[in-house]
Design a protein around this ligand. Sequence first.
Ligand code: EPZ
Length: 428
Amino acid sequence: MEKLIIKGGKPLNGSISISGAKNAVVAIIPAALLIEGKCVIENVPCIDDVSVITDILSQLGAKIRLINKHTIEIDSTNIETCKADHTMVSKMRASYYLMGALLGRFNHALVSMPGGCDLGPRPVDQHLKGFRALGAKIDDDNGYYELTADELVGGHIFFDIVSVGATINVMLAAVKAHGITIIENAAKEPHIVDVANFLNSMGANIKGAGTDVIKIKGVDCLKGGTYSVTPDYVEAGTYMLMTAGTGGNVLIKDVIPKHLESITAKLKEIGATVNEYDDSIQVISTKRLAPARVKTLPYPGFPTDLQPLITTLLSVSNGTSIVTEAVWESRFRYVDELRRMGANITVEKSVAVIEGIEELSGCPVKSHDLRAGAAMVMAGLMANGTTEVTELQYIDRGYEDLEGKLTSLGADIRRIEDKTPSTTSKAN
Ligand code: EPZ
């Protein structure tokens, strides 16, 4: 095991580039199962989740070739099995996309129930509702979902809640179904649009991705091609908030500023300067920031994945802030770690009340999940003294070279071997 040692109190300064989006690529790679041919995917982030999902595809029979550090070729012509076993599937939540992709290609999928990091209950009822609307029969037995259909036929689905995973999964299943599928109350995150763009560039006919209503006209086959993954707006938002938290000045490059509007607006509201350019965004912060009210919402609202980071930022603001988590039930568990660093935060169900303090104090803390791990690193960068962050397996799932990028911005952060055994599992 490894841990990060951070000496805090140094403002981040300089420029960095943002990698391809984790939550897009973990859907695009399984989507390649729908293609009988080769597809080349560019701007793939170098993160552990990509290794896991490409390993799963290899086990199914896909040929994966690493063209360079950020480009892979996937050939799904000869898939040997529709069964994705528990060992691999339990390592990441996004393996639920194997259900839609295998069902869409073979009218059959046998996929272990996906594991999940503890953000509260993570049901898949909306995914299953969508598959059923296309004509699939579903059995859940012995920890597996078995989905079968004689033929998938386009259907009309109105989701009861806005779900990223269900929206993408139903797109995957519907892309080759007979006739037209309409998804209403669809999620609108940039990764939904990216998966639709990927499938369309391979021959699919999907319209409306990025709006509430997505219309999919089934096509007979998807051909190969080349596609470049969209920039990771959550990674970009992470560095925007870290810059503001350390009182720094950073140009964040290779982003789509439109995707970052909710974060830009909140940072401006509390007193940071944010300058938007065509494909970069600059954050400057020179003074103690003001408190705020934040409520997480599906896109284009403030992203739940940045909730631990904005809470960390507000822990040293000049007054009382209220952060409401409206997407995941249990996403405040990391607050105990912030309290150990001196933060004054009380959590009642899904609402955190934050009394801003002058300064956090460095101490040993652990990552509870991917974004909470990033928040611990951010707290360490902001704190007085030295912070040790453990359970880095979460951070490595989704941030490419976090400490390398931070070091290039002037942070004092290094990774060392940690002799203490890990107490938690890795699934998210
Ligand atoms: C995706 O998870 C992301 N993961 C999450 O990012 C992100 O937090 C989440 O969307 C919300 O933006 C990936 O893209 C791989 P949802 P997902 O279905 O698809 C409820 C990160 O740190 N729900 O949009 O699993 C659910 O309980 C991760 O990068 C149902 O009730 O999230 C939640 O309250 C963590 N039934 C809400 O909807 C369902 O069938 C949103 O979940 C599905 C979801």
